[in-house]
Design a protein around this ligand. Structure first.
Ligand SMILES: *Cc1c(COP(=O)(O)O)cnc(C)c1O
Length: 320
């Protein structure tokens, strides 16, 4: 395991991202505040470059490459937002990017990754191991592997979103963060513990894939089968060694949201706030709504982690 990142690393990441990542807006809704009887601040990472907070971790990690690493390039495995984040960061920093994707990944996602200049290598998800392919390519061509969440530079980059939120609105009583492999949650923990020490921090998983909750309860990383949920950015099978270590020590709790709650919350954002938030991006907001009874009168931060959802899929989810 590499040394765990600290808030100092988040500060360094914020300096690297300055002028490259968007400082995304913090939005509020009177309707949501009166529904919950709390003051809720939404950090809109659905409006981040490439549509999700993952640009932060990817750009931070690639910015730290030395001359040899830059020339040889980066490799990663992802079929989702991390793929696009690495491809875009590689293009901006002039670092060749190779992305390993399952051969049945949606064509639109492969096209988006190629559109940002990434080289896509496909594999069979039923017979091949993507981590092994990544390590083999790294060995063979001298590429640097940047995984989607379990890396100190990815974690510290992701932590800059919560830092910006608290810098802008001041200390919080509670913070809700979507949870997949834990890069966003562990980075948010570093910032929230430094800037708002009394803040309660909640990770939010899909109900169908609560491996993080099980891991927290049992004290060891629990592995599960790929969960069936519309929250495709949180279909991870287990937390990472680095992310779990930070989460285990510092998180207040890990809670879950059902697919029905996610759709209802997506509809709220679209209708009332004119925001497109992808299902995974709604996890934090759905949990905050469900826990309103405990949040009465409190100042609550919610990270809207991403907005990448096809319009056709959005319509299907809304039953149109
Ligand atoms: C990746 C992702 C998550 C989960 O982030 P982790 O760092 O893996 O926990 C949440 N929301 C969106 C939109 C994502 O792309």
């Amino acid at each position: 395991m590499l040394p765990l990142p600290t808030y100092e690393d988040v500060l360094a990441a914020a300096r690297r991202l300055d002028g490259h990542a968007h400082r995304t807006p913090v939005m509020t809704s009177r309707t949501m505040n009166s529904e919950t009887d709390a003051q809720i601040f939404f950090k809109c990472e659905n409006l981040q470059r490439m549509g999700a907070f993952k640009f932060r971790g990817a750009f931070n990690a690639l910015s730290k490459f030395d001359a040899r690493q830059r020339q040889a390039g980066v490799v990663t495995y992802s079929s989702g937002n991390h793929a696009q984040a690495i491809a875009l960061s590689g293009a901006l920093l002039d670092i060749p990017a190779t992305i390993i994707m399952p051969n049945d990944a949606p064509a639109a996602k492969m096209a988006a990754t190629r559109g940002y200049g990434g080289k896509v290598v496909t594999y069979d998800r039923y017979t091949e191991d993507r981590e092994k392919i990544g390590n083999d390519l790294a060995q063979q061509y001298g590429l640097t592997l940047i995984p989607p969440y379990d890396h100190p530079d990815v974690i510290s980059g992701q932590g800059t979103a919560a830092k910006e939120l608290i810098d802008e609105v001041g200390p919080l009583d509670a913070l809700f963060v979507p949870l997949g492999g834990g890069g966003l949650l562990s980075g948010s923990i570093l910032s929230a513990r430094a800037l708002s020490p009394a803040c309660k921090i909640y990770g939010v998983e899909p109900e169908a894939g609560n491996d993080g909750q099980q891991s927290l309860r049992s004290g060891a990383i629990v592995h599960i089968e790929t969960p069936k949920t519309i929250a495709d950015g949180a279909q991870t099978q287990h937390l990472g060694a680095h992310t779990f270590e930070i989460i285990r020590r510092e998180v207040d709790d890990i809670v879950t949201a059902s697919d029905a709650q996610l759709v209802d919350t997506m509809r709220f954002f679209a209708e009332r706030m004119k925001l497109i938030v992808e299902p995974t991006g709604c996890l934090g907001a759905a949990a905050a709504r469900a826990m309103a009874g405990e949040l009465r009168g409190k100042r609550v931060g919610v990270i809207l982690s991403g907005g990448n959802v096809d319009i056709d899929r959005l319509c299907a989810l809304f039953g149109a």
